[in-house]
Design a protein around this ligand. Structure first.
Ligand code: CA
Ligand code: CA
Length: 420
């Protein structure tokens, strides 16, 4: 059996100290602890400087994003911070004398250009409703920044023990948990649903109500929570993912976020994706066992390397405009890059940072949903063409992703549909 792993590298809660669970794309490593990985903000808003940076609300060149890498030098050999990859077996330095700080500055303009997109979107009276399936770990559906954004199955009565709509799933009002095979899509009090909660927030966290702002907001775009990855390692099986895809399709989802990957190809999963009428946005994966990004044209990972025209594969762009060193890429198999390093979003009960192609994919998923909602003249094929065709060209991405560029939501919404 092939197992999938979620594709974030590291998580940090908003508290100053936190437990980190590192997860490379294809390698399971143990949990370890570190003191800090993010800017350590204790309250967040769309006006927060880090949020402004990530969302492109302000491009005045004044933002200097945090140092995030600490190259440990104790023991004679240098290696990156455990927050940069799976280094769980290496000793954590005791103090500042044990490492040198490497600073990576943000580059103005390396953002998704959301402000003009929101301006267009908010002025439109014709935005359509769109359901986005998040097949991932569970999602904190009670999070104040997410609860207005969660899809509900209105043909189902929750909690009565009856499959009211006769779809084979009892009490599937908030979606379904395929991993544990029950109606609970959020395991409160455990940390296993952090990943999916973070993904959901990037796509659709509410706007203008404090906290973070998701790309689509909650008005027209809803997240269908389909839990197919479980345990603290974020593992799952192709069978559960296939069942979740079928559920998503049968219940009205049009766009599907898949922030996980596996080295093993499941032909049935490939066929299910190819034959689906949904658009799939897929994480490219986070490199090899040392956290070094791979060319997935020659070293395929799945579903990222599937060559279907209803799949967009997303690489992780650093805030300095280079591909993150851990991000997979591929001139054919990867399609576009989006910010994925130190992304702030919702986590169960709060906000936190996660890094990886898992965080880059939902940037594109949110953009696709916003575009599909706004451009009622667009098919999902048009959405894919517009996302890739409007990508902002960057020298650092030439030969690395098929579009040669990074996500530009503002440009995507203004895309002129090409004559066939
Ligand atoms: Ca049902
Ligand atoms: Ca019921």
């Amino acid at each position: 059996m092939a197992f999938f792993y979620r594709t974030s590298l590291a998580a940090c809660l908003m508290a100053a100290a936190c437990t980190i669970s590192s997860q490379a794309a294809t390698v399971s490593s143990g949990a370890f602890q570190t003191a800090e990985v993010g800017p350590g903000v204790s309250s967040l808003s769309p006006g927060d400087t880090y949020s402004e940076y990530q969302w492109g609300l302000e491009n005045d060149g004044s933002l200097q994003l945090v140092e995030i890498r600490r190259r440990f030098t104790n023991g004679g050999s240098a290696y990156d911070s455990p927050t940069d990859g799976p280094h769980s077996g290496l000793p954590i330095p005791a103090g500042p004398g044990d490492y040198e700080v490497l600073t990576t500055n943000a580059t103005p303009g390396v953002d998704i250009n959301i402000a003009p997109a929101w301006e267009l979107y908010d002025a439109s009276q014709t935005n359509r409703d769109v359901v986005v399936a998040v097949i991932d770990t569970g999602v904190d559906i009670l999070h104040p920044d997410l609860r207005e954004s969660i899809w509900t199955n209105d043909d189902e009565i929750p909690g009565d023990g009856i499959d009211n709509d006769g779809n084979g799933y009892t009490d599937d009002y908030f979606g379904w948990d395929f991993f544990y095979n029950d109606a609970s899509v959020f395991s409160m009090g455990s940390d296993e649903d952090t990943h999916g909660t973070h993904v959901a927030g990037t796509i659709a966290a509410g706007r203008n109500n404090g906290g973070v702002a998701g790309i689509t907001g909650s008005q027209h775009v809803k997240i269908m929570v389909l839990k197919a990855l479980g345990t603290s390692q974020g593992m799952g099986s192709p069978e559960d993912v296939i069942a979740a895809i079928r559920y998503a399709e049968a219940n009205g989802a049009s766009i599907c976020n898949l922030s996980f990957c596996s080295n093993a190809l499941s032909q049935e999963l490939a066929d299910t994706i190819q034959n689906s009428n949904m658009l799939f946005v897929v994480a490219a994966g986070n490199g090899d066992e040392n956290g070094v990004g791979l060319d997935i044209d020659s070293s395929p990972t799945y579903p990222a390397s599937l060559p279907f025209d209803n799949v967009i594969t997303v690489s992780n762009l650093m805030f300095d405009g280079s591909l993150d060193s851990s991000s997979n890429y591929g001139a054919v198999s990867a399609d576009i890059a989006a910010p994925g390093t130190y992304i702030v979003s919702t986590i169960p009960g709060g906000y936190g940072f996660l890094s990886g192609t898992s965080m880059a994919a939902p940037m594109v998923t949110g953009a696709a949903a916003l575009l599909y909602s706004y451009r009622t003249d667009f098919s999902l094929t048009d959405v894919r063409n517009a996302i890739l065709g409007s990508a902002r060209q960057m020298d650092t991405l030439t030969g690395k992703v098929s579009s040669g560029g990074m996500l530009d939501v503002g440009a995507a919404l203004q895309w002129t549909k090409q004559a066939v």
